[in-house]
Design a protein around this ligand. Structure first.
Ligand code: FEO
Length: 397
């Protein structure tokens, strides 16, 4: 058990080995942690559990560090199994009437996962429980990132237990941000936001304003994954405010797939044209690039250009995943274009063009295609295409 601040303690688990999350959807190159907290007072309250593959280890920690009989209540801030998954195993050691505080939607999701008649107590934003010398005030975090998400503010310790919000899939030697590598933390927090929260940015903007209006004197932000923010914790809140505002860093990402390198040559020529106009450009082959990392790059880009050679009157299959991610993440205010080589029809660039449009990207140039292997004239045409795209990047707000 590690003291976070005053009567708030961390007794979570570090998962150094985790490399894929949400099934196999999301890459987690630096592992993760499942941060359970204990608020010690006249009544001891446990906040969240851990992912159920770790439940035996979790139960041993609880029994050793706290003792089951010393837990007087549980807060389940979010029922996704990486936080609520060990609740069933834990409840086998606690009285059936142990109060379990959760959001109104949490009642639904806990019942849906465990099908048990427990003492579920729904709480809403502003509801407060007193546990002795301290209070816990609840804040509904709806859609950050499930309808049931909730946070708890412990006072007078002034610790915000924010669950998924402000966290990262990151396993660090220290549980504190100020003792961890700042570049790694920033990279993982951004990746978490881009991959998990970005589709919900309109709701996040509203929620951040709502939290600000509550005027909570937050001194520590303790999420349920990754590191705890105790040194200027509002930095991560400010980052969220930036990332939720149609974020980009002004560069272009070209994602392409290729069979015999003709489309790769086009990608490099387009990038040359873009860079000649003073706009930075990154190039990724989508068939060999981690899709979660590629999505993070696209989240940070102002322009997204997709390229593929034509196969079966369409594009190569890695492009289907890229388009699916772009569509699902509902990017706003990004511009796009499409290109590709072909033998017999120009289907791939045209379908990528349609796919980008269908995903809400402002496609600013007609698709460009070349036959078989690009000639020097084709390469020149691609360079000009890149130059024109860079001008559009600079013009667009
Ligand atoms: Fe970390 Fe939404 O679970």
């Amino acid at each position: 058990m590690i003291q976070v601040k005053d009567n708030v303690y961390w007794l979570g688990l570090r998962d150094w080995d985790l490399r894929r999350f949400h099934g196999h959807e999301l890459s987690t190159h630096r592992g993760s942690s499942y941060n359970t907290y204990l608020i010690r007072d006249e009544k001891n309250i446990l906040v969240d559990t851990v992912w159920n593959p770790f439940q035996e280890e979790f139960l041993e920690i609880i029994e050793k560090e706290v003792g089951f009989s010393n837990i007087h209540g549980i807060i389940i801030n979010h029922m996704e199994p990486d936080h609520g998954g060990s609740l069933g195993a834990l409840m086998e050691h606690l009285p059936k009437d142990t109060p379990i505080y959760c959001s109104p939607k949490g009642v639904e999701s806990i019942k849906g996962h465990f099908h048990k008649e427990w003492n579920l107590i729904p709480v809403k934003t502003g509801d407060k429980i007193n546990i002795g010398k301290s209070d816990i005030t609840f804040v509904e975090m709806t859609m950050i990132h499930w309808p049931d998400s909730l946070a708890g503010f412990v006072s007078p310790a002034n610790v915000l237990l924010s669950n998924d919000a402000f966290g990262e899939h990151y396993c660090s030697a220290s549980i504190f941000e100020d003792e961890s590598d700042p570049c790694e933390v920033n990279q993982e927090a951004l990746k978490y936001f881009a991959n998990i929260l970005a589709p919900l940015t309109p709701l996040i903007r509203k929620k951040l304003a709502e939290i600000k209006a509550l005027n909570l004197p937050v001194e520590v932000i303790a999420p349920s994954h990754g590191v705890i923010w105790r040194k200027d914790p509002m930095r991560i809140v400010e980052k969220y405010a930036q990332w939720a505002e149609d974020y980009h860093e002004g560069y272009v990402t070209i994602a392409y797939d290729t069979m015999y390198n003709s489309t790769k040559k086009m990608a490099e020529a387009i990038a040359k044209g873009i860079e000649s106009q003073g706009v930075k450009c990154k190039i990724y082959n989508s068939s060999i690039t981690d899709i979660s990392d590629l999505l993070t790059e696209m989240f940070c880009s102002k322009g997204i250009i997709l390229g593929s050679c034509t196969v079966n009157n369409g594009y190569l299959r890695s492009m289907a995943a890229v388009l699916s991610e772009i569509k699902g993440h509902k990017f706003k205010k990004k511009i796009g274009a499409a290109f590709g080589s072909s033998g017999w029809s120009n289907a791939a660039p045209e379908k990528l063009y349609d796919g980008l449009k269908d995903s809400g990207i402002d496609v600013v140039l007609e698709p460009i295609g070349v036959k078989f292997v690009p000639t020097p004239e084709d390469i020149e045409k691609c360079i000009k295409y890149g130059e024109e795209f860079a001008r559009k990047v600079k013009e667009s707000k």
